[in-house]
Design a protein around this ligand. Structure first.
Ligand code: NAP
Length: 488
């Protein structure tokens, strides 16, 4: 691989099952590519249902003694993992940029973000309390205890190859569960490097397993059918999430779903337009438009529309696309050529229906994975760029007249993950924040995520919350114990 790591042992090409680095019985491997130049970075073991079953059984065995340990001991080990992730930030960031494409500065940021979930849940591990229920009978006491849900299966996407893993593994391990993780086939190296650091931290064998493969149906099929798995946590697209919820029904597993978004940025006429333009562009083009909370539809009040477009264009024309490891590059390639073609098809559909590309609008000459940062005006709600998650560096800017119309446009989607409002009117802040159907609302701010906030969506953007004090709940069962006979 064309990368020089300070700790070369972080580059793993085998899966991690029951504390062992393993290939599948078939010996099959799959290539991990660098989207900036198409080079093969590594050939990773391609495993399927059988290894997934072995990993699930290993997690089940390992969690029996893990859950019995004092929370403080679990917390101490998680803390070591956190420290190792932080100490290896540069290597982990380089691996991420090479396999995913995002620029190094964003990869470093993601590693810090990923580590923060382990730190946070190491702390939360010690704060899992129960309750005493005051009963009417004097000879009884009611007690509520919290217990780990059981073996957790996690399926994660390529757009945040590290953080989407740690915000599931952190709470699972903190409360006493074992976990089996299936990373996206585009970005297995980041997942395996994290597992290597967990091994170095001394997290017992079998508690964390990483199974990589090209047959996500086989791995996911085992995860959703195996009765040992008590919880499936998924981050990815809405159609795949729906399929997995159906598959989990047969064994009635708990599910957490972090799915797609269609975030509005609503800019009112009283907003600080400079801040709105900078914020909307940061949200739209982060990770080259490939985040679930990226601005997808920019809605601007008609009286300030032209002024906003001018300021927004000024920000975007300052971007430079290229390889994520190159100095001065602000935006990397999309994850693969198919992603760039999908984005292009959406832009073509808008242009054919009357939209205007103020900036960009094409796959760039740099290569098949590079899409030009694009701004579309003269767009309407019949276009795919209004209805669908774009997942690329394309900003359609729509017009609205009234507050009611803005709320209606924002809600005119099956999604409900992140949303953003720019206004200085405090009454409007509350009316709009309460009136729009989203799990998260940024007011005059687009940097809304961190380990300490409840991240998640409503409607078809999913169920459950990750991070924050709420993030442990999905990994716990509530048990009621009625203690009687106390008078005798
Ligand atoms: P995806 O196609 O749904 O894939 C996500 C994961 O699911 C990958 O590991 C994939 O494996 C696996 N998968 C695909 N089909 C499967 C099946 N039939 N059974 C089991 N597993 C299956 O999504 P993506 O393109 O990687 O990620 C982008 C999507 O994730 C966007 O919609 C984005 O909004 C969403 N996302 C949401 C959040 C959130 O917190 N709400 C955060 C990040 C991303 P393969 O790689 O093998 O296909």
């Amino acid at each position: 691989m064309s990368m020089s790591l300070r700790d070369p042992s972080l580059l793993r090409t085998q899966c991690f099952v029951n504390g062992q680095w393993v290939d599948g019985p078939s010996g099959k491997r799959f290539a991990v590519l660098n989207p900036a130049n198409g080079e093969t970075l590594a050939e990773v073991a391609d495993v399927g249902a059988e290894e997934t079953r072995v990993a699930i059984e290993a997690a089940d065995r390992a969690m029996q003694s893990w859950q019995a340990r004092p929370a403080k001991e679990r917390a101490d080990l998680l803390r070591k993992w956190y420290e190792l992730i932080t100490a290896n930030q540069e290597d982990l960031a380089l691996i991420m940029t090479l396999e995913q494409g995002k620029v190094l500065a964003e990869s470093r940021g993601e590693i810090a973000y990923a580590a923060s979930f382990i730190e946070w849940f190491a702390e939360e591990a010690r704060r899992v309390y129960g309750d005493i229920v005051p009963l009417p009978q004097t000879d009884r006491r009611g007690v509520v205890i919290k217990q780990p849900v059981g073996v957790v299966a996690a399926i994660t996407p390529w757009n945040f190859p590290a953080a989407m893993i740690t915000r599931k593994a952190g709470p699972a391990l903190a409360v006493g569960c074992g976990i089996v993780i299936k990373p996206a086939k585009e970005t297995p190296l980041s997942a395996l490097a994290l597992a290597r650091l967990a091994e170095q931290a001394g997290i017992p064998a079998g508690l964390i397993n990483v199974v990589c493969g090209t047959s996500s149906r086989a791995i996911g099929g085992e995860m959703t059918a195996n009765p040992i798995v008590r919880k499936l946590t998924f981050t990815g697209s809405t159609p795949v999430g729906k399929e997995l919820v159906k598959q989990c029904a047969d064994t009635v597993k708990k599910v957490s779903m972090e799915l797609g978004g269609n975030a509005p940025v609503i800019v009112f006429d009283d907003a600080d337009l400079d801040a709105a333009a900078v914020g909307a562009a940061a949200s739209k083009y982060r990770n080259s438009g490939q985040t679930c909370i990226c601005a997808n539809r920019i809605l601007v009040q008609d009286s300030v529309y032209d002024a906003f477009v001018e300021k927004f264009t000024g920000v975007v024309t300052g971007f430079r696309i290229g390889s994520g490891v190159e100095a001065g590059v602000t935006h990397g390639p999309l994850v693969n050529a198919g992603a760039a073609r999908d984005v292009d098809a959406m832009v073509r559909q808008a242009l054919e229906n009357g939209a205007r590309a103020v900036v960009g609008g094409e796959i760039d000459a740099l290569g098949e994975c590079f899409y030009q940062p694009t701004i579309l005006t003269d767009v309407n709600d019949g276009m795919r760029v209004f209805r669908e998650e774009i997942f690329g560096p394309v900003a359609p800017i729509f017009k609205f007249s009234t507050e009611e119309e803005a709320i209606a446009m924002a809600n005119d989607t099956e999604f409900g993950l992140a949303s953003y409002i720019y206004t200085r009117d405090i009454g409007r802040v509350w009316r709009v924040a309460e009136g729009i159907e989203y799990g998260m609302v940024g007011v005059n701010e687009v940097a809304i995520t961190s380990d300490i906030i409840p991240f998640g969506g409503v409607k078809e953007s999913g169920m459950g919350r990750e991070g924050s004090k709420y993030g442990v709940d999905d990994y716990l069962e509530t048990k009621y114990i009625c203690m009687g006979g106390l008078d005798s």
